[in-house]
Each structure stands twice: as C-alpha cells, then as structure tokens.
Design a protein around this ligand. Structure first.
Ligand SMILES: [Zn+2]
Length: 79
C-alpha cells in the first residue's frame, strides 16, 4: 500500500537552444526534437573531473554540428 501527499514539482515547460537561442514551449513539434545532454565528467575528462556538463540544443544546430558523424537507422534496427 502506498500513501501519497501533495507536493510541488518543477517540470520543464520551455527549452532554449544553447547555440542559436531558439525558444520552444512544451507541445511544439520542435520541443520533442530537442537534444538535451547531461554528462558527469569523470577522472579522464578533458573538461574537469566531477563537473556536470549540460547542453540543450535544437535539432537544427545538432545536425549542423554533427551531421558528418550522425548514424541514422530505423527504430527497429537501432540495437
Ligand atoms: Zn539551435
């Protein structure tokens, strides 16, 4: 059995591209295509051990940045 209580929770409602500044709100087609990366840098990081690296980037900037390195496949073939 679980008991619940009321709580206030923060949720993401808008995204802003860290590269171009594109601003989208939840529900926009662009919102669901944003790439949001959070990575904890470890001992071997060229950034700084123990830091959290974050980037929120729109699909346009992502493709502009990594187009030559992207690998696309059908969803059923991605594994
Ligand atoms: Zn962008």
């Amino acid at each position: 059995m679980k008991k619940y209580k009321e709580a206030s929770v923060k949720v993401v409602s808008e995204l802003i591209c860290d590269r171009c500044g594109l601003h989208v709100v939840k529900g926009d087609d662009e919102y669901s295509e944003f790439i949001c990366i959070e990575h904890y840098c470890g001992y071997g990081s060229i950034l700084e051990d123990g830091k959290l690296m974050c980037i929120d980037i729109c699909q346009h900037c992502f493709v502009d940045s990594f187009n030559e390195n992207l690998r696309l496949s059908e969803l059923s073939q991605s594994h």
